[in-house]
Design a protein around this ligand. Structure first.
Ligand SMILES: *[C@@H]1O[C@H](CO)[C@@H](O)[C@H](O)[C@H]1NC(C)=O
Ligand SMILES: *[C@@H]1O[C@H](CO)[C@@H](O)[C@H](O)[C@H]1NC(C)=O
Length: 395
């Protein structure tokens, strides 16, 4: 019994001694690892410091900035120093962007609520070309635009992807917008028109928006066309009620109640819109889906969408007539295409001098500013008569 007690005591004191020893050892290990840890962290901090310092220097002095600078931020380019200046908000510096149609339309639908522009705004006319390839009549247009920088913007929607960029001195240089394939008479045609409008609306100085094709030509010189459009109280969207099968006959009862038969209109797709109507067109969510779903061949969306939409959103803003002349006098479903032999001063004067229309509520002196359809082989005779007809030689 005594022996046992003694044993336990001895064991106990030995145990205590052990615990005492090991705890002082443990403390030493703790101290050592804390020191090691601190040194390691300090080492990393120093390394990081050297690295960051190097990067900042590189950032400030080298061209490291360039990839960031040329990266579009939702269609808005950063200016040279990487900061956005006011110019970036007035108009994108480059037309090409990576926005989807949905993003683009949303962005283009924005309207400033302060009425006075905080910059000296000269209204511009946006010439929007809906084409397959580069314009075959481009040299005529080059002459037309020459000397009028600052009063126009050009936009090209081309259905083919691989198109050679024109030379840098051309008015068409880098004026293509991101485009998608277009099928005649289908919703994709209207999509392309709205895509053009939306891109052109991003420039706050664009005031009038005209849709043109590759076979269109101007009938007057730039100043005459600019004044006519800028001073017009109305837009020029051909819009009429056609009682025939090819008009009212294309109306579908399923379009009601959004669109009634009394709203249904037809017209030439080559429109001209002012800024307010343009914004209303890209912002339209009420009528576009109705026509997309219920106007399918033999109902052609591009012949009905805008003519009907303007009745719904801006009746009083429209002249109801097109500004682009086309010849439907020959039978068939296509207008006349004019060729080399048709082009003469006399013929052009006849087209220009039509004046049985209303302009700003009074009988007009001209009714048409553009004409179609002109075959690429008309370029040569057109260039020949251009000086006489348009006064290009006076510029
Ligand atoms: C255009 O047509 C609409 C009806 O569709 C009419 O209300 C408007 O007054 C017309 N505009 C002009 C300038 O005649
Ligand atoms: C433009 O055409 C108009 C007539 O349409 C003419 O009076 C004017 O002089 C022409 N301008 C130039 C710069 O040639």
């Amino acid at each position: 019994m005594e022996q046992q007690k003694l044993d336990v005591y001895v064991k106990g004191s030995w145990l205590r001694k052990m615990v005492k020893e090991s705890s002082s050892q443990f403390a030493a290990i703790q101290v050592i690892s804390a020191i090691t840890f601190t040194i390691t962290i300090a080492f990393f901090v120093i390394l990081l410091g050297i690295f960051v310092n190097g990067r900042i220097r590189k950032f400030l002095v080298s061209e490291d900035f360039i990839p960031i600078q040329s990266m579009p931020v939702s269609g808005i380019e950063l200016s040279g120093n990487g900061f956005r200046d006011f110019g970036d908000w007035i108009a994108p510096r480059r037309l090409w962007h990576t926005m989807s149609d949905q993003e683009l339309l949303w962005r283009a639908s924005m309207v400033p609520h302060i009425k006075d522009y905080p910059y000296n705004r000269t209204p511009k006319v946006a010439f929007m070309f809906l084409t397959r390839t580069m314009l075959p009549l481009a040299p005529l247009w080059e002459l037309f635009f020459k000397g009028h920088q600052g009063l126009y913007s050009i936009y090209l929607h081309t259905s083919y992807e691989s198109i050679d960029e024109p030379v840098e001195s051309s008015v068409f240089y880098q004026r293509r917008i991101p485009s998608k394939p277009v099928e005649w008479g289908r919703a994709t045609m209207v999509d392309a028109e709205r895509r053009l409008l939306a891109n052109a609306l991003l420039d706050f100085s664009n005031e009038r928006f005209i849709l043109l094709s590759e076979s269109c030509i101007p009938l007057f010189n730039f100043s005459t066309i600019y004044d006519y459009l800028i001073k017009s109280k109305h837009s020029f969207v051909g819009s009429f009620d056609d009682p025939r099968k090819v008009g009212r006959g294309r109306y579908n009862k399923r379009m009601a109640p959004a669109i009634q038969l009394s709203d249904w209109r037809k017209g030439n797709q080559w429109f001209e819109l002012n800024r307010d109507l343009g914004i209303a067109v890209v912002s339209d969510e009420a009528f576009y889906p109705v026509l997309r779903d219920h106007c399918r061949p033999p109902c052609y969306m591009d012949e009905h969408y805008l003519p009907t939409l303007v009745v719904k959103i801006g009746k009083d803003l429209n002249s109801n007539r097109s500004i682009t002349w086309v010849d439907w006098s020959k039978p068939g479903s296509h207008p006349t295409t004019f060729g080399r032999k048709d082009v003469s001063e006399r013929f052009m004067s006849r087209v220009r001098d039509q004046s049985d229309c209303i302009y700003n509520n009074v009988p007009g002196s001209y009714c048409f500013l553009f004409a179609r359809k002109f075959h690429p082989n008309t370029l040569e005779p057109l260039l020949k008569i251009a000086p006489v007809l348009f006064g290009f030689n006076k510029q």
